[in-house]
Unconditional design. Structure first.
Length: 245
C-alpha cells in the first residue's frame, strides 16, 4: 500500500518503492487501501506539522471523513483530547458509538462553548482544518495562546471575511499543508516516519482502517456519487477482481 500523486483508480499502478508500505498481516486488501492517504495526511498534519503533544486538545473538522476518522484515532494515541465536528446527526451518533465521545455539531447554538467545556483546559491547542477561512471565526473563540491551525482542506471555500487579529493576540500559527504537490523525497520521508511510528499500532489493534463501503471498479461513478452526497463515514474503497489467466 502507499500514496500516489493520482491515477489510483486502476488495476495496476507505478509507484516509487520509497512510498510503498508493507501491509500488516492483520489487514486485508480493502482495509489496506483505506490507510495511506487518510492516515499519512492525518499523521503529518497532527504530529509532524502540528506538533500535537500528550495533554493537549485538538479540534478536528469533518470528523467523519477518511482523514477525520484517522485523526481522531491518532490524537487519542498521542494522548491528546480530540474534539470532532460533524454536521450530520447520524454520523455523530455513529462516531460516539465507536468511542469518540466529543463529537459536536458545528452548527449548534453554542458550539464554541461546547468545545471549551469538552476540553480540560477550556480551549484548543491545535486545529486540523479541512474547512478553511469560513470557520476561523469559531477558532477565534476557542484557540488557546500559542495555538496552531494546520490547514489541509477548503471544504468551506477559499475565501471568507475574517478578523485575523486573534492570530496576533494568541500568538497563533497557521500552516498550510498538502501531500500531492510534495517531491518524491518528501513523500518518502513521510512514509518512513509513518512506517516506523504508526504502522505497528495496526498490528496492536490501537489503530484501524474505517471503511464505510466498497464498490467494484466498474461502479466508480456510484462511489463518487456517494461521496458527493456526503453519505460515508471513513473511506470508500474500490475493489478489483483478480485477473484470470
Amino acid at each position: 500500500m502507499g500514496i500516489l500523486g493520482g491515477g489510483g483508480h486502476a488495476e495496476l499502478v507505478v509507484a516509487d518503492h520509497r512510498v510503498c508500505i508493507p501491509v500488516p498481516g492483520c489487514l486485508d486488501w480493502v482495509q489496506a487501501a483505506a490507510i495511506p492517504e487518510a492516515f499519512l495526511t492525518a499523521f503529518d498534519a497532527l504530529l509532524l506539522q502540528g506538533g500535537l503533544r500528550a495533554g493537549e486538545a485538538c479540534l478536528i473538522q469533518a470528523a467523519a471523513s477518511g482523514v477525520g476518522t484517522a485523526a481522531l484515532q491518532i490524537a487519542s494515541l498521542a494522548g491528546a483530547a480530540a474534539v470532532g465536528l460533524c454536521r450530520t446527526s447520524v454520523k455523530r451518533e455513529r462516531l460516539r458509538d465507536e468511542g469518540h465521545e466529543r463529537i459536536l455539531d458545528p452548527a449548534g447554538d453554542d458550539v464554541a462553548g461546547e468545545i471549551r467545556r469538552a476540553t480540560a483546559a477550556g480551549g484548543i491547542n491545535l486545529v486540523l482544518d479541512l474547512v478553511g477561512p469560513s470557520a476561523w471565526s469559531l477558532y477565534a473563540k476557542v484557540l488557546r495562546e500559542r495555538g496552531r491551525i494546520v490547514l489541509i482542506g477548503l471544504l468551506g471555500g477559499p475565501r471568507a471575511e475574517v478578523n485575523a487579529s486573534f492570530l496576533l493576540g494568541r500568538r497563533a500559527t497557521v500552516t498550510g499543508s498538502v501531500l500531492r504537490s510534495r517531491s518524491i523525497d518528501e513523500k518518502a520521508a513521510l512514509t518512513r516516519a509513518f512506517t516506523d511510528r504508526l504502522l505497528p499500532r495496526f498490528e496492536e489493534g490501537r489503530l484501524s482502517a474505517r471503511v464505510d463501503r466498497t464498490f467494484g471498479l466498474a461502479q466508480v461513478a456510484d462511489a463518487h456519487a456517494v461521496m458527493e452526497r456526503n453519505e460515508n463515514i471513513g473511506k470508500i474503497v474500490l475493489t478489483i477482481e483478480p485477473r484470470r489467466s
